[in-house]
Design a protein around this ligand. Structure first.
Ligand code: AMP
Ligand code: GLY
Length: 422
């Protein structure tokens, strides 16, 4: 079988790595892929948002399954286009992708299907949003309605910060169309958890739960990033809490997706906060998480190609789906300055040594110049390790990360630490 994977991050490297292990797969294309993916797949120079060209490519090459990594092509309706042309594609249709593509839509969906989430109000009008801030009590959570690459959420300790955030989004237009409408949301507290479900329109299966680390620096300080590391499974998630999440959140969401007649098969990513009042949804994503995918796929014992392929035929029930009892940890090595501006093109050393430690090196922002790997993005490498328990997985991942270096690189030293202490 021939598979086309869309995207170029660590998530897509993990997807390609796992799909390549299927004995049913003979050829993988990656559009556009990255320098690490190039070792397993043929790179194709088509933009992930150029859905017409991607369709033409899939038809010309006889691609049997297209797997969409990032959210933007889903929100712009790539699944609708492929489905209309009779091509198999893993992902939800454009309406389904609104669960991620519009915070207002997602919140209204949660209200309609009685899914626990923080209270909220949506605003189209800047003056009305400012009035609500004057009348409310801090902290405030202000979110751009549309896609903002993880940067459209402001947790504001003071009224002044909240005013500023609303102004930047709604008046200064810093987020373009995405920020013209905002959600002001109740502030929630508690540990966060990511749960990823594959849904085929009828049945679902869950990968092991994981936890991301969104802030740039140790101790959850610094700006929000795409994710600086993750681990899986989550030791404090017991059976009772898992059941509560399943009954109150996962199943009502999937029932809602069916009731809304959303089509396609895809991943629903539940971004949860475990509050004193129980688990609540912070956000939905309509795709695999990054870096969560890098820790859940090494623990997945089945054939990922088969899972994704059968899901697109509403036949998930026919496949084996088992997660190992081991633990997996991933440390993201980033370019100095990320998530702000950073310099590219520094030579990366120590990759072979890190590989020798038994770590899996998922590439995110790397490129090859003059035969050598250089940094080419904000998040550069995801050093991933599997072991029998979380402590050992973290130790191994940090041993691997310690071997790698390039000018100004940095990584968090406390991935998984809280989980070990709990
Ligand atoms: P989101 O992209 O909606 O998941 O938000 C990004 C991050 O902002 C989350 O991972 C949380 O750490 C934080 N956050 C989002 N919503 C809330 C909320 N209602 N209360 C507190 N923190 C939040
Ligand atoms: N890890 C957060 C995300 O994928 O959105």
């Amino acid at each position: 079988m021939k598979v086309l994977v869309l995207g170029s991050g660590g998530r897509e490297h993990a997807l390609v790595w796992k799909i390549a292990q299927s004995d049913k797969v003979g050829k993988i294309y990656a559009a556009p892929g990255n320098a690490g993916i190039a070792e397993l797949a043929e790179r194709v120079d088509i933009d992930v948002n150029d859905k017409k060209k991607l369709l033409e490519f899939a038809i010309a090459k006889g691609v049997d399954l297209t797997v969409v990594g990032p959210e933007a092509p889903l929100v712009s309706g790539i699944v609708d286009l492929f489905a209309d042309n009779g091509r198999r594609i893993f992902g939800f249709d454009g309406r389904g992708a609104l669960l991620e593509g519009s915070k207002v839509w997602a919140k209204e969906f949660m209200r309609k299907y009685r899914i626990p989430t923080g209270g909220f109000a949506a605003f189209n009008d800047h003056c009305a949003a400012q009035r609500s801030i004057e009348e409310g009590t801090p902290p405030f959570v202000i979110k751009a309605d549309g896609l903002a690459a993880g940067k459209g959420v402001f947790v504001c300790e003071t009224r002044e910060q909240a005013r500023n955030a609303a102004e930047r989004m709604m008046k200064a237009g810093e987020f373009g169309e995405a920020g013209k409408r905002v959600v002001i949301e109740e502030y929630l507290e508690g540990p966060e958890l990511s749960i990823l479900a594959v849904f085929d329109g009828k049945d679902y299966r869950l990968f092991a739960a994981s936890q991301d680390h969104k802030r740039a620096f140790d101790g959850d300080t610094g700006p929000n990033t795409g994710g600086m590391g993750a681990y899986s499974p989550v030791p404090w998630l017991d059976h009772a809490l898992s059941e509560k999440i399943r009954i109150e959140i996962i199943e009502p969401t999937l029932n809602g997706i069916q009731a809304e007649k959303i089509s396609g098969a895809g991943v629903i990513y539940f971004g949860l906060m475990i509050t004193g009042e129980g688990p609540k949804v912070l956000e939905y994503n309509c795709r695999f998480g990054d870096p969560e995918t890098q820790v859940i796929l090494p623990l997945f014992k089945g054939d990922l190609f088969e899972v994704l392929y059968e899901a697109t035929g509403s036949n998930l029930e026919s496949v084996d789906f088992e997660n190992s009892a081991d633990s997996c940890a991933c440390v993201v090595i980033a370019s100095g300055g990320y998530p702000g501006p950073y310099r590219k093109g520094h030579r990366i050393s120590g990759l072979e040594e890190a590989d020798d430690t038994g770590c899996i090196l998922f590439h995110a922002g790397t490129a090859i110049r003059d035969g050598e790997f250089v940094n080419d993005g904000g998040r550069v490498l995801c050093v991933t390790a599997v072991a029998r328990n979380l402590n050992d997985a973290l130790e191994k991942a940090y041993r691997g990360a310690g071997m790698i270096s390039f000018q100004d690189c940095f990584y968090r030293r406390d991935i998984g630490r809280r989980a070990l202490e709990s």
